[in-house]
Design a protein around this ligand. Sequence first.
Ligand code: NDP
Length: 399
Amino acid sequence: MAKVLCVLYDDPVAGYPNSYPRSDIPEIAQYPGGQSLPTPKRIDFKPGTLLGCVSGELGLRPFVESQGHTLVVTSDKDGPKSAFERELPDAEVVISQPFWPAYLTQERIAKAKKLKLAITAGIGSDHVDLQAAIERGLTVAEVTYCNSISVSEHIVMMILALVRNYIPSYQWVVNGGWNIADCVSRSYDLEGMSVGTVGAGRIGTAALRRLKAFDVNLHYTDRHRLPAEVERELGATFHPDAESLVRVCDVVTINTPLHPETEHLFDDALISKMKRGAYLVNTARGKICDRDAIARALKSGQLAGYAGDVWFPQPAPKDHPWRSMPHHGMTPHVSGTSLSAQARYAAGVREILECWFEKRPIREEYLIVSGGELAGAGAHSYSVGNVTAGSDEAARYRR
Ligand code: NDP
């Protein structure tokens, strides 16, 4: 019988909710492009409830225990004395969300002698040392598409918040003041601007589709070019690399996975090629940007604004410079864990576990690593290597 070790974020400060603002969430028939939503045999949770925190347990306990397996759920994930490290040596399956990642470094994988499967409840498996996973023959799987649209909505929100100077204007109201000139001296229209995405996969393309309505000029770069009819539909200009794209864009959004090719892609050198006063929105992964280069560019005015919800490591230490740099619109990592998204990825995790326990193949599009190599979505969008270095800094965050 297997031990399933599940790392989830803490419950709300006031305790697990007993009511919600809305009584249901919309039913989505399928993802854009036709991929089906998760297809578990059944679910033991109500869609629209809080599933991603410790008490929500991704709705998995009845299923896991009915199969005779053990489920351990904890939020205590960082440092050698954490519950995660204590429970890891005899776990067969580890489940973790990118919002509150249980970093599976080479050292931790070496200690986890029984580990066979690492599931990302969400998208983006960079918190696993994929090189070490390949060498150990682990399977790494994520719930592809589960929150791609959620993030694309967040990107549009963050672009508008920065360009129109929403957050400082809101602060004037909250603080009891009323200085319109102060609010608008950094406020522009998005209309007519050039907006580009680095990475035009599920999120990048969905963001372009949503932004088209704002009458902007769209640009993208990606390892694979979009089909000609999609380029035509969007009126999007392809660039061979990020440098060519950032030179012409007023707003840049980052939508690639974090892997060795994209780690610290936005450093001083690339940021210096951006238009002065450009806006950068990063909901992909914090480590795609050089932390200090971003803070410097905001202080110098090279960037007019930076927003996103991804940090490195997570949780970010209290003194992380992105908490205090000027003109930012940062949130904790939330864009892909709306209640709507949670219902999809909890069902996707259930589907993967059902396949695993019944020895049925996991959907190809969910695979990142399998059989000692990158596989499925991983083979398409990642490069081999490890990007977890420095993740032990997460232990510096104190609740
Ligand atoms: P996709 O795999 O659909 O898209 C990723 C795209 O990035 C692919 O088109 C891929 O190219 C492209 N890409 C990879 N490497 C490069 C590179 N070096 N240069 C240019 N393009 C590159 O994934 P999603 O769009 O669904 O998600 C993207 C990422 O967003 C995730 O990996 C995750 O890190 C992050 N994410 C964040 C969330 C949040 O809550 N903030 C939630 C969900 C995801 P190709 O495949 O053509 O090779």
